[in-house]
Design a protein around this ligand. Sequence first.
Ligand SMILES: Cc1cc2nc3c(=O)[nH]c(=O)nc-3n(C[C@H](O)[C@H](O)[C@H](O)COP(=O)(O)OP(=O)(O)OC[C@H]3O[C@@H](n4cnc5c(N)ncnc54)[C@H](O)[C@@H]3O)c2cc1C
Length: 582
Amino acid sequence: MRVQETDVVVVGAGGDGPALAWRLGELGIDVVVLEAGPFYGNEQWEAPRGAPGGEASSSPDDLSGDLYDEQFTSKEGEMNDPVRGKLRWGPANEDRAPWERTVPGHALISQLAGVGGTTQHYYANHPRAFVGSIDDQPHWPIDYADLVPYYQHLEEAHPIEPAPTTPKAELFFEGARRSGYDLTTGYNVTDEGYRPFPNAIPQPDERLTRDGDYDGDFHYPDVEGDTMAMHEHQGGPQPRGAPFEERARRSSNVSLVPRAMKTGNVEIRPNAFATQILADEGPGSIEATGVEFRDTWAGTTERIDADAVVLAAGCIETPRLWLNSDLPDNGWVGKGLTTHWFDFVAGVFDPGTLEDVIGQRAVEPHQGQAAGSRLDVPDVGGIAVNTFAPGITALSMYGSSRNGWWFEREPSGEPWDTEGRLAGKELKARMADYRRTLTLICHTDDRPRQENGISLDVSTKDEHGYVPLVEWEPHPDDDERRLELARRGAELLNEAGAEHVHRTDAAPILLHMQSSMAMGRVLDEGCEAYDVARLFVADHSALANGVGGANPTHSGQALALRTAEHVAERYFDGVDDPIGSV
Ligand SMILES: Cc1cc2nc3c(=O)[nH]c(=O)nc-3n(C[C@H](O)[C@H](O)[C@H](O)COP(=O)(O)OP(=O)(O)OC[C@H]3O[C@@H](n4cnc5c(N)ncnc54)[C@H](O)[C@@H]3O)c2cc1C
């Protein structure tokens, strides 16, 4: 078997792994990052879905804006199709099927393979955790204040800034004001209020914000920064023509991976699926010594030996890898999964009302960032403007209720006109109203419970071992919080003047996932495993809960930066100038 040696091996180049690799690289520690999926926009892999291409990439010179433009077409089906799309949970090779998970019930998982992981889809919403979700809920072994320096570091780096107020945001804000909410200022959220989303998307080019007089082609260098073209879900490649790392949506492949490579100490190896964590008896407990992985093109197995191993494979695959490696299970490995138990409400407005409120006769959901404004309700969750492209709107907003067809539901006395799943003429009519519709997502502050999470489906194996069994059911308290958010969202839409409000009563959609390998349960306060020395976790599974319902990536990346400093303190030469206190 081929064997490579390095200081630290990281499994997963998704949302959080690259943050940790960047910091370790800065500290002079050699890192190899194994990534199961492809590396788009890299000259080592000119046809990443058609041929094996190169082996690894460690130079920022390999990154290519031209290739990114060619590969990320922004077409909904070509990019987003979970089976054949470029952004899917599956191998780079387009002729092969997606990888399998066992999911009883009707939950939908949205996670991606590839450098950037699920942030290749993400909307770059970067709120900090609600303060009380860390300091007042009983889950965290550290304080909110411990994360603040790392949040600030990322806010400067990405950068993270309040989203610009587009007409759809103004409609939302007006509904919030009429409902009696105040504007929240600052990033430390303790009270209810509305605000522009802090997003990892720089401000739009000034020329786009003047009075509609821009008539160029929105290409770099004519336009720099945000083009306001709602392209995030399809891979977020705007502005076209820009160098790879100057794309506006700061997914981790665009923002953090180039920084990691520039340290000169980080190598990224895509098409490499880790299948075993290797461990030996150590002083007092077992110690991780490396990982085995499978080259997804060649089918061969290789090994990397390292002084420390970091799992950053996401909330499902990190525990799956742990369990497939027969490491100790204290009952919380894979458990305590939180998902923000989403719901959706949609308001349709007549043109006259819109003219009065926002000065134009349509909402135009496609104008501006996909999610640029929100209402925080600490202890309950949050409500955000969330505008999908039409295909996903039809699916998620109208087609995926857990609770039957709209025409089977009795009038409920709730502040919505219809509820449940739409089809036929009703679905066509709602979709015909797409441009006059404001759609909101509810992010519930669901709480970690041991019965929810990941185990192995021992009846099904793929080429990487037993497949994960993913089970998540809401607790009645989570249902109660979600219902409160749906009501508040519907009332806000009614206050803004909606003529028709629809509530989805959505089936579980697992795209925000947190806390399945939680600090305080499986990991200590430096995110090293209690039961396996030299084994750390740096993805959202390490979060101790769902951070209150705030979008989790800011917290996941902040914690990953902090974990990097703990790795350096415990097993290397320490940190002379730490970002926070280690
Ligand atoms: C449509 C959409 C919009 C979103 N918008 C937002 C948003 O605006 N803000 C926000 O905070 N969050 C958002 N999210 C969620 C966010 O993208 C995820 O929470 C985040 O990416 C999770 O980071 P992670 O590092 O835990 O996992 P991931 O990003 O999923 O990364 C895990 C990586 O590990 C790799 N991997 C897995 N197993 C292995 C293995 N065995 N060997 C090697 N590699 C492996 C995977 O291929 C993947 O690249 C959104 C998600 C979706 C789907």
